[in-house]
Design a protein around this ligand. Structure first.
Ligand SMILES: NC(=O)c1ccc[n+]([C@@H]2O[C@H](COP(=O)([O-])OP(=O)(O)OC[C@H]3O[C@@H](n4cnc5c(N)ncnc54)[C@H](O)[C@@H]3O)[C@@H](O)[C@H]2O)c1
Length: 360
């Protein structure tokens, strides 16, 4: 479990803070008194959580730097003098990876090289968490979950680029002994309010339901480890705290997935989301079979994070869907999304504390 008091006054660098996960992370850290600098491009979507929740108001510094440009990135990283770095900036979409493989590798692989090369030379920096994905595993369509030592792979360019980011991290860790401790974090399919990316299940549902049309599913039977965005973020925080405290053993790869059995088929999630959304929301199967390969089954084993970090998911499938649908309904009805997002973070903290007291 993360110790939120740890973050007061900490200097934190988040790359990708204008994105979906980065915005939630920046809001959460700023709420606990961290001095957060963000490095990213402009928000990747319109609308965006970054703008709706006015993330910039809580930042110490809001920088637009392209991580493919090593020199500019180095200057920004050096000037920040962060205690802790969270590296989330990426080209994160599978479909985009097929369309623009070279850009995807440039951002996800060389961007990670540039970031680690710079951050490991900043004396103040003691902990770096590199965010990759559950897709880094060589997918063998196993029914059982993947564990951290399983083989890396990746058939599509996005998955492959993130597996490469894992290898890059191992190398930079090995060739810079004595520098910051570096770990990688592999989360599942993250959902939650404020994601507006194209070709992602929940944003596709929201766009369709808000327009009064059925959402069309391309991979209805694909099984994915869906989880609320705050669950893996709490894992990243707990991991960073452990690295900062000087635990060399933590400087490796970590899975942060849903509870065992918490995975679900795409169609089940879409149907439950439609039911929670209400009105006339409905789901249909796409007429044409998908052209591009996607893995059929993907499960993550998070035993290591549970036992070694005391981390666990707080919101189950139903609660995750309910909070996510509420967020988008509120947005659709014109609510103040900075307020609503802060309320959801507060609710998560209360539920996390209750769960922790119950299980310890
Ligand atoms: N959303 C998910 O389900 C999920 C699951 C597992 C892992 N991840 C990983 O989490 C991270 C964040 O994902 P997200 O869903 O928030 O993505 P997102 O598209 O919402 O945000 C991406 C962020 O990266 C920044 N960025 C992209 N290219 C950049 C560049 N060249 N230079 C600087 N900044 C750049 C964008 O400006 C944005 O701030 C990514 O590393 C992604 O691979 C996401």
């Amino acid at each position: 479990m993360a110790n939120l008091g740890f973050w007061a006054g900490r200097r934190v660098l988040i790359t990708g803070h204008t994105g979906f996960k980065g915005s939630w992370l920046a809001l959460w850290l700023a709420r606990h008194g961290a001095a957060v600098t963000g490095i990213a491009l402009d928000p990747p979507t319109k609308p965006s959580l970054f703008e709706l929740a006015r993330v910039h108001e809580g930042l110490e510094s809001d920088l637009r730097v392209d991580i493919r440009e090593a020199g500019a990135l180095r200057s920004a990283v050096e000037a920040t003098e962060a205690d802790v770095v969270f590296h989330l900036a990426a080209q994160p979409l599978v479909a985009e990876g097929y369309d623009r493989p070279a850009d995807t590798f440039a951002t996800n692989v060389m961007g990670t090289v540039h970031l680690l090369d710079a951050a490991t030379q900043v004396p103040a920096t003691r902990a770096i968490v590199v965010v990759t994905t559950d897709k880094v595993y060589e997918n063998r369509e196993w029914p059982h979950p993947y564990r951290e030592p399983d083989q890396l792979g990746g058939r599509d360019p996005y998955a492959s680029s993130k597996a490469c980011a894992e290898l890059v991290t191992s190398s930079l860790r090995a060739c810079r002994p004595g520098a910051a401790r570096i770990a990688t974090a592999r989360a599942g399919n993250v959902i939650g309010g404020g994601d507006f990316a194209r070709d992602r299940l929940v944003p596709d549902c929201v766009r369709a339901f808000a327009a009064g049309t059925p959402v069309s599913l391309r991979y209805p039977g694909a099984i994915r480890p869906f989880q609320h965005v705050l669950d893996p973020l709490s894992g990243y925080l707990a991991l960073a705290e452990r690295l900062f405290a000087g635990d060399d053993g933590a400087a490796e790869a970590w899975n942060f997935g849903p509870e065992p059995g918490g995975e679900a088929p795409v169609a089940a999630l879409a149907r439950r989301f439609a039911a929670v959304w209400g009105e006339d929301a409905s789901v249909e199967l796409a007429d044409t079979p998908p052209e591009r390969h996607e893995a059929g089954i993907l499960r993550l084993d998070s035993t290591k994070a549970r036992t070694a970090l005391g981390w666990r998911p707080v919101w189950d499938f139903e609660e995750t869907l309910r909070h996510t649908a509420e967020w988008y309904r509120d947005w659709h009805q014109g609510a103040d999304m900075a307020e609503r997002t802060a309320e959801q973070i507060a609710r998560y903290e209360t539920d996390d504390a209750a769960l922790h007291n119950f299980t310890h």
